[in-house]
Design a protein around this ligand. Structure first.
Ligand code: WTA
Length: 654
């Protein structure tokens, strides 16, 4: 990548050092870095021992004798659910609220650690009574209701393996995941609330199991939506009825640290989703460590809220395992941010006094689009730490988030990680790090990250390269379910020739002169314009920095003259979309990109649109925009949150 293009990201000069007040009570201490670099494995061993309760202590921290297959704390034994539940009750915190659950229609439930423990014990007995044992897979297809958390922990408690499938996935995706994992049981609901309506889940499970000659013996159905459901006698059971038939008491058995905990499917470069496998002790250690230190968790006073669905890795690590292992009080919300009104999230923050809030840049940008008037109506003064995850957060959104949501004072932690990494890998530590808007900044203590050129040499500032993790880490994926070759091929073959095993993350990155890391987006989204490589993220960041812009997406479209050309799709902030003609706006923005990065990055075309095609997890599907930009028939839109969006955009183009 040409250094001038990367340089443009670095025109961001704003710096936010921690306040003395924040630092004085901060969980994270600056000396964590020194401790970890003096003895990396010793550091993780100590975290595992302080953060978790082990039934049998481990004697070896890491076994890396057969890379890339790592074993962490392998001869130690523990129970993951016991660590998330019973031990907090035993320590006298049974009355502490674990979950403030808020349903979309406004119904709510407060669940203490004692109550959650009791529910999980009963559910564990139920699973056992249905023949589920250690190592068996249980598919979970539920809305964001407490039973989703209860099910995951009950599965963990008996040493079984959950595979949570996001409620927005179709029958067909569900079926392929159930089949790939060979699940014995599916836990679902008679519907869940989303955008003011009940969406069917049980019907999708029925569809997925039509003609299913495979592994599934039972379907447990939680009553939530009061939808009519069709019933397969002998297979289907109501959750509430089945629970009545089992004992309340359950003693957690300890399992080896490398016992599989879950499989989570994620998309790769090929069509078939990969089942990312995570195990117990190392995963829980890093989830708990990062949750505590990156979010500055004070469990007796904080109210934490991560808006991710449990169907994604963020929901696994930062709704279920990290927060509960740390004994946090958290909010769990069933619905969408704008139902029944656009201030719903801010209303929830005010209602529960949320102090730590973790969400995605895409959400922040859509709030920017609506304007500050909505959040300004609510009392957000309880907030003291804000987090971001999922994609690079451009400096404008970062500053808006801090000023409008965080009252101009909260630290913002931009956290880089992946389904595969299991937990946060790169982030500032609040109270320690001087923050830089737009940069994810530094590896957390105990993590080794490098940015390498194509040839495997470390790049020097201001050049960009490929992000690799150069030492194994506790919460690393242990493989791709049923496909060890694909695991090796996808992540470990890229820099195979180098000494030591390097995990190839698939992200481009740049390190600045202070050593801070800037993520440049997936390398699969890199464009080549007249022989120059440019990152979509970089051009997006330039466009986003213009005051008329709410959100944008950039793709590289085939171009006879230059190989590829930059095409941008831009949503204007509402007050500008009325006053500015599309032609004026696009002329203005083309000039702006030229000014920010250089003529080489100037978009060939800028389309002003009202929406961008996003997956249900909020990722922009650039592939579909590329189809439009290249005048092709639009590809598969089934994973879009709103499938009509592409039609509207392509009609507009015509
Ligand atoms: C991207 C989500 C920049 C990145 C936890 C990564 C980010 C992919 C950030 C993983 C961030 C995630 N800054 N990019 N803070 N966080 N990404 O598996 O491209 O859904 O490879 O995990 O999201 O997405 P996944």
């Amino acid at each position: 990548m040409p250094s001038n293009s990367i340089d443009s990201l670095l025109h961001e000069e704003r710096r936010f050092p921690p306040s003395a007040e924040f630092t004085s009570t901060a969980v994270a201490q600056a000396d964590l870095y020194a401790q970890a670099s003096a003895d990396r494995l010793g550091f993780w061993a100590e975290q595992a021992k302080t953060l978790l309760d082990w039934e049998t202590d481990f004697t070896e921290t890491l076994d890396w004798s057969n890379p890339p297959f790592a074993r962490w704390f392998a001869d130690g034994t523990l129970n993951v659910a016991y660590n998330c539940l019973d031990r907090h009750v035993e320590a006298g915190n049974g009355d502490r609220i674990a979950i403030h659950w808020e349903g979309e229609p406004g119904d709510s439930r407060a669940i203490s650690y004692a109550e959650l423990t009791a529910e999980v014990k009963r559910a564990a007995n139920l699973l056992t009574s249905l023949g589920i044992g250690k190592g068996d897979r249980v598919a979970v297809y539920l809305p964001m209701i407490p039973e989703a958390v209860v099910t995951m922990l009950a599965v963990a408690r008996i040493g079984a393996v959950h595979t949570v499938i996001f409620g927005g996935f179709s029958s067909e995706s569900l079926r392929s995941r159930i089949d790939d994992a060979n699940a014995k049981l599916v836990v679902t609901a008679d519907g869940g609330w989303r955008k003011g309506k009940v969406f069917p889940l049980k019907a999708a499970v029925d569809g997925a199991l039509v003609g299913h000659a495979g592994s599934v013996t039972n379907v447990l159905v939680v009553k939530r939506g009061n939808n009519d459901v069709t019933w397969t006698q002998g297979r289907d059971l109501w959750w509430h009825e089945a629970l009545e038939t089992v004992e309340a008491e359950h003693t957690a058995e300890a399992f080896e640290a490398e016992t599989p905990l879950f499989i989570l499917y994620t998309s790769g470069t090929t069509g078939k989703p990969k089942g990312i496998l995570h195990t117990s002790g190392g995963y829980l250690t890093q989830a708990a460590f990062t949750h505590k230190n990156v979010f500055d968790l004070h469990p007796d006073t904080d109210v934490y809220w991560c808006t991710a669905d449990v169907g994604w890795i963020t929901g696994h690590s930062y709704v279920v395992y990290g927060p509960l292992a740390n004994g946090a009080t958290q909010v769990l919300y069933e619905g969408t941010p704008d139902t029944p009104h656009p201030g719903r999230w801010w209303e929830i923050i005010e209602k529960y006094g949320v102090s730590i809030f973790y969400t995605a840049p895409t959400a922040i940008r859509s709030f920017m689009k609506i304007g500050r008037e909505i959040p300004n109506k609510f009392d957000l003064s309880s907030l003291r730490v804000l987090g971001s995850v999922g994609e690079p957060i451009n400096a404008e959104a970062w500053v808006w988030y801090r000023d409008i949501i965080g009252g101009g004072t909260t630290p913002i932690v931009d956290t880089w990680w992946q389904t595969e990494t299991g937990a946060i890998m790169i982030a500032a530590l609040p109270g320690v790090t001087t923050l830089k808007p737009g940069s994810a900044q530094v590896p957390i203590p105990g993590i080794k990250i490098d940015v390498l050129g194509e040839d495997g040499t470390r790049v020097t500032p201001p050049n960009g390269g490929l992000l690799v993790v150069s030492e194994p880490w506790p919460s690393m994926l242990r493989g791709i379910w049923g496909d060890p070759e694909r695991f090796t091929e996808t992540y470990w073959a890229r820099f195979e020739a180098l000494e030591g095993s390097k995990y190839f993350a698939g992200d481009g990155a740049h390190v600045d002169k202070d050593g801070d890391i800037w993520l440049l987006g997936r390398v699969d989204d890199v464009m080549n314009i007249s022989g120059h490589r440019l990152s979509t993220a970089e051009i997006e960041s330039a466009i986003d920095s213009h005051p008329i812009v709410a959100e944008c997406a950039v793709v590289g479209a085939a171009d006879d003259a230059t190989g590829q050309a930059v095409v941008a799709f831009v949503i204007l902030r509402s007050k500008h979309s009325e006053s500015q003609s599309p032609d004026e706006a696009s002329a203005l923005l083309r000039a702006h990109v030229t000014e920010k990065i250089g003529a080489i990055a100037r978009p060939r075309q800028i389309f002003i649109v009202n929406e961008l095609p996003k997956t249900r997890s909020g990722k922009i599907m650039r592939r579909l925009l590329q189809d439009v930009a290249e005048g092709r028939e639009i590809g598969d839109t089934t994973t879009l949150a709103d499938t009509a969006v592409m039609q509207i955009i392509s009609d507009k183009m015509k």
